[in-house]
Design a binder for this molecule. Structure first.
Ligand SMILES: NC(=O)c1ccc[n+]([C@@H]2O[C@H](COP(=O)([O-])OP(=O)(O)OC[C@H]3O[C@@H](n4cnc5c(N)ncnc54)[C@H](O)[C@@H]3O)[C@@H](O)[C@H]2O)c1
Ligand SMILES: [Zn+2]
Length: 361
């Protein structure tokens, strides 16, 4: 088992990575004195797959209750939050209790928000079961739910006691979810870690086939990159924005597909192609490095209907992104593998060229 420290002021915590490491759960909960009352927030689908393994790993004698929420983004709602509060109150969960999030990013965000607010905050543990959650959403303490007027608008910063990312849970993950997680892994390679980039060039197909050693390596290195960024910038005042590489483009695509056909991580893969193209056009990324990056991203198959995409509308959507200030589109770009820079005023003409790379016109 690897231990990656997240060195956040006042609330440092470890991320444990490895395969079949869930067996350490009882010991890690005992270290935090969280062995009395435990509420597992999960979905029926995920819990059914791993109930036996998870129950065997729980502290003996603990009062354990399992709370189900529906699968899918819709679970990040005020309604589900209220439902969970009611349930915890009726079951008399006290301030010394712990909430275990067992699922993907949806469950981590929702369970973390409940843990941040129930009785003004109780202990919280992340056991992420998707690749995206293991390398991204379970780390950094951003928790929250959606509002009918927009995604992730209601939330808090709540650091977990620890994150236990066991790669054995990825065996049952659909291919599309593996692709999505790899999108975020590639992001760390492009902007933060050139060794990770080279490793991906050599092992991408093995990762898509879910080779456990390769996935284990990618999870450990990606989690360490995210941990480093969030420790430097816990409350998202600066450095954390580099994690938006490819995302300004991706958000426009997601809005265009109404968050349906194209999954977030897939949109990020396309968005990173645009970001590379923008930097190549600006002359900050050599054409050799541009081609290298594009070749890597093109190895992940993504099917989407590009016929109804319009560059003008996509650029309008980029201007509407909630991270836009004073109407200027800010971009995180890469000028060589493993390195980022910021573009504070994106030029429309270059954006138009950048979009061509995914529209192919
Ligand atoms: N808090 C953050 O910093 C942060 C960062 C990135 C994303 N997010 C959030 O994360 C969410 C997306 O997370 P996600 O991509 O994990 O999606 P998800 O939680 O919806 O999970 C994807 C699907 O995989 C299924 N699943 C989960 N684990 C499984 C397993 N082991 N085997 C089989 N199926 C499994 C789920 O039931 C679900 O249908 C979004 O709501 C996004 O806003 C948060
Ligand atoms: Zn993302």
């Amino acid at each position: 088992m690897n231990t990656i420290p997240v060195e956040i002021d006042h609330a440092p915590y470890p991320i444990y990575t490895g395969s079949n490491i869930i067996s350490n759960l009882a010991e890690k909960l005992a270290e935090k004195k969280l062995t009395r009352q435990i509420a597992i927030i999960t979905s029926k689908h995920i819990f059914r797959l791993y109930e036996k393994i998870l129950r065997a790993a729980l502290p003996p004698g603990a009062d354990v209750q399992v709370l189900y929420v529906p699968d899918g983004e819709g679970a990040k709602s005020l309604e589900q939050t209220e439902h969970l509060y009611t349930w915890l109150l009726e079951e008399k969960f006290e301030r010394s209790a712990a909430i275990l999030a067992f699922g993907g990013g949806v469950i981590g965000d929702l369970a973390g928000f409940v843990a941040a607010t129930y009785l003004r905050g109780i202990a919280f543990v992340q056991i992420p079961t998707t690749l995206l959650a293991q390398v991204d959403s379970s780390i950094g303490g951003k928790v929250g739910i959606n509002h009918p007027l927009g995604k992730n608008l209601i939330g808090a910063f709540k650091q977990p006691e620890f994150v236990l990312a066991d790669s054995q849970f990825l065996a049952t993950l659909p291919d599309a979810e593996i692709r999505c997680g790899l999108g975020e892994v590639l992001k760390y390679g492009f902007i933060l870690n050139s060794e990770l980039f080279t490793y991906l060039e050599e092992n991408l197909e093995a990762a898509l086939r879910r080779d456990p050693d390769v996935l284990g390596h990618l999870i450990t290195y990606s989690a360490a990159e995210k941990a480093r960024v969030v420790a430097e910038d816990e409350k998202e005042a600066g450095l954390r924005m580099v994690l938006n590489f490819g995302h300004t483009f991706a958000h426009a695509l997601e809005a265009e597909y109404k968050f349906g056909e194209l999954k977030h991580g897939e949109a990020v893969i396309l968005g990173m192609k645009c970001a590379l193209s923008y930097a190549a056009e600006a002359g900050t990324l050599t054409s050799a490095d541009f081609q290298r990056g594009l070749d890597l991203l093109n190895r992940i198959p993504i099917s989407y209907d590009k016929s109804r995409l319009e560059i003008k509308r996509l650029i309008e959507r980029m201007t509407l992104d909630k991270k836009v200030k004073d109407g200027q589109i800010r971009l995180v770009l890469s000028d060589r593998p493993g390195h980022f820079y910021l573009e504070n005023q994106a030029e429309v003409r270059r954006l138009e060229t950048a979009w061509q790379i995914v529209l192919g016109r």
